[in-house]
Design a protein around this ligand. Structure first.
Ligand SMILES: Nc1ncnc2c1ncn2[C@@H]1O[C@H](COP(=O)(O)OP(=O)(O)O)[C@@H](O)[C@H]1O
Ligand SMILES: [Mg+2]
Length: 295
């Protein structure tokens, strides 16, 4: 199988990937929220489609297992286009006060403090909302109005002030597939909220060859034959998880941790500290069998 790595370029003030183009934001040279360079291999058309949504000013929902590269894709795009990138996790701990803002009181009276959303909207930065499926109902309600056609937030607690996003503001959200039993606490994303994301992308783990390359690059392990065996283990573990045999998955990050340590230790020894220490004893048994098939 040959993997298509899509070519990217930045010329004449625009970032181009496949059929999509986004102007490079030159107003942002002093913006500390602009990410630095990322090691990202644009495999498949994920980034091209996300870029298209950005150029059309459409919010994007990224759906995929932990570690498939949802955050990295958006961070990389923000770097390439010189846009500010912020993140918030709505795993139920983030309150509407932190997300939208709150009224505070001092001797002079009351004053308003912007939350993460309003900050990003006014600054014209990109905001990635992680675990959007776990958000509180008040927050979902507030996102509805932002995602509706009128694209605004009314700060009802604060004199009813209306906030409209800066033209460079973009909204991204991510979630794990909700049919998945492992992520306790997350509810299926409210249909009404889901419907308001005009572009929804399902993301999968990297293709074999690309994952080998990424793992070698990130871990510094140069033994390609060994890393290939490790990626095969990872893919079998993912398959077992998909078939509901185990609860644990196997991210590229975990693979990198393993490969880094296996540059110095025996692969099984390295796995003890980088893989088996992170899974329950039932899953460990199944994963051990998978190991035995490859090592
Ligand atoms: N296309 C890619 N190019 C390079 N590395 C990738 C790519 N996709 C995933 N990765 C690797 O996967 C890791 C996890 O990505 P991350 O964006 O944090 O996942 P998610 O947000 O989906 O949980 C990255 O740090 C990187 O090692
Ligand atoms: Mg992420």
């Amino acid at each position: 199988m040959s993997i298509q790595i899509v070519s990217e370029s930045t010329e004449n003030g625009a970032y181009r990937i496949g059929r999509s183009a986004i102007p490079v934001n030159r107003e942002n040279d002093d913006n500390l929220f602009v990410p630095g360079p990322q090691f990202y291999l644009p495999a498949g058309d994920t980034l091209e489609r996300i870029s298209w949504a950005v150029s059309e000013n459409l919010p994007v929902l990224l759906v995929g297992e932990t570690g498939v590269g949802k955050t990295l894709a958006v961070r990389h795009l923000a770097h390439m286009t010189n846009n500010g990138f912020r993140r918030v996790n709505l795993n139920g701990m983030t309150t509407v006060d932190e997300f939208v803002g709150k009224l505070m009181i001092n001797q002079q009276g009351t004053y308003w403090v912007n939350g993460i959303l309003i900050e990003a909207m006014e600054a014209g930065d990109w905001l990635l909302i992680d675990e959007i499926n776990a958000c509180l109902p008040e927050i979902a309600f507030c996102l509805h109005s932002l995602l509706d056609d009128d694209r605004m937030i009314v700060l009802s607690e604060y004199d009813g002030r209306i906030v409209r996003p800066h033209p460079n503001f973009r909204l991204f959200a991510s979630m794990n597939p909700h049919e998945n039993r492992r992520y306790g606490g997350t509810k299926p994303l409210n249909e009404a909220l889901l419907d308001r994301f005009p572009v929804t992308m399902q993301m999968e783990y990297l293709p074999f060859e690309v994952e080998v390359e990424v793992t070698m690059h990130q871990s510094g392990n140069t033994d390609q034959a060994l890393v290939e065996r490790m990626v095969r283990v990872a893919n079998d573990v993912r398959e077992a998880m998909k078939n509901e045999k185990i609860y644990s998955t196997f991210s590229t990050r975990r693979l990198t941790d393993w490969a880094r340590m296996a540059a110095q230790f025996d692969p099984m020894e390295a796995a003890a500290s980088t893989i088996f220490s992170k899974v329950n004893s039932f899953d460990a048994k199944v994963i051990e069998d998978i190991f035995d098939n490859h090592f």
